[in-house]
Each structure stands twice: as structure tokens, then as C-alpha cells.
Design a protein around this ligand. Structure first.
Ligand SMILES: [Zn+2]
Length: 140
């Protein structure tokens, strides 16, 4: 059986494999990359001086990675706003901004489909599961 996904005709098996790999923009989530170390603090980031000025923040997740070549720490943060307009405002205002000598990059965050959902199984905890359980938004 064929179905249409993102403008392409594909089989059911291909569709399931494609959906497992697919990353979907989450419009109320922003990802900020390249934060200076002195800003890597949830309370500072949520404050009105920083990301709190763009709207109501529902969640903040900090992330630290090590650059494999330079061995330097790279900090990033995921901020979930109450709505997509707040997230879009934050991205427009801070992307490419120079803060403490570092240029930060801001983009919409992405998510994936819940594996249980794609396999027609019941998700163990769909209230807490951070992945998607609906297809409607990506089908044309
Ligand atoms: Zn789930």
C-alpha cells in the first residue's frame, strides 16, 4: 500500500522507517548553541534580562558537549516557551548575537515520533513522553 509523505509516494515499510528518522520542528522549542559559560545557569537564562523577556518559559534543559578537536566545552540550552510566537521572537532577537565575546546561534528545536506510537503500541507514559503521538501535522 502506498501513502503520501512529504510529497513522496512511498510504501508502508519505507514510511515507518522514514518516520523513525524524521525530525519535526517543535514550534515552541528553541535551541541556543554556543552559550558563554557564565550564562549556563537556569535562573539567569529564565530571567527577564535574558530569555524570560520573550515570553513564559515552561522548561529549560542545559547541555554540555566536548568539541572532539579542540577539547573545549560547548554549552547549549533548550528552552520551551508557552507558545510558538514567543519562541519565534526569541530566535529573531538572539540569533547571531555577540554575548561575552561569543556569537550564539538560535534555531527552532526538533523532536521525533514516539517509537511505540509508530509501531502501534501503547506508549508507557504518554503524559511524560516527550515525543509526538500524532501524524496529522506532517502529512500533506
Ligand atoms: Zn510516547
Amino acid at each position: 500500500m502506498e501513502s503520501r509523505l512529504l510529497g513522496l509516494f512511498i510504501s508502508s515499510i519505507e514510511k515507518e522507517e522514514s518516520l523513525k528518522k524524521l525530525r519535526i520542528i517543535k514550534q515552541n522549542l528553541i535551541h541556543i548553541h554556543g552559550l558563554p559559560k557564565n550564562l549556563v545557569n537556569i535562573e539567569i537564562l529564565k530571567s527577564k534580562e535574558y530569555f524570560g523577556q520573550y515570553g513564559t518559559i515552561k522548561n529549560v534543559i542545559l547541555s554540555k558537549k566536548i568539541n572532539s578537536e579542540t577539547r573545549k566545552e560547548i554549552y547549549s540550552v533548550y528552552i520551551t516557551y508557552e507558545n510558538k510566537i514567543e519562541a519565534a521572537c526569541a530566535i529573531l532577537c538572539v540569533d547571531s548575537l555577540l554575548i561575552c565575546g561569543k556569537i550564539i546561534r538560535a534555531v527552532f528545536g526538533t523532536t521525533r515520533f514516539c517509537i511505540n506510537f509508530l509501531e502501534n503500541k501503547k506508549c508507557r507514559d504518554s503524559q511524560k513522553c516527550k515525543y509526538l503521538h500524532k501524524l496529522s501535522k506532517i502529512f500533506i
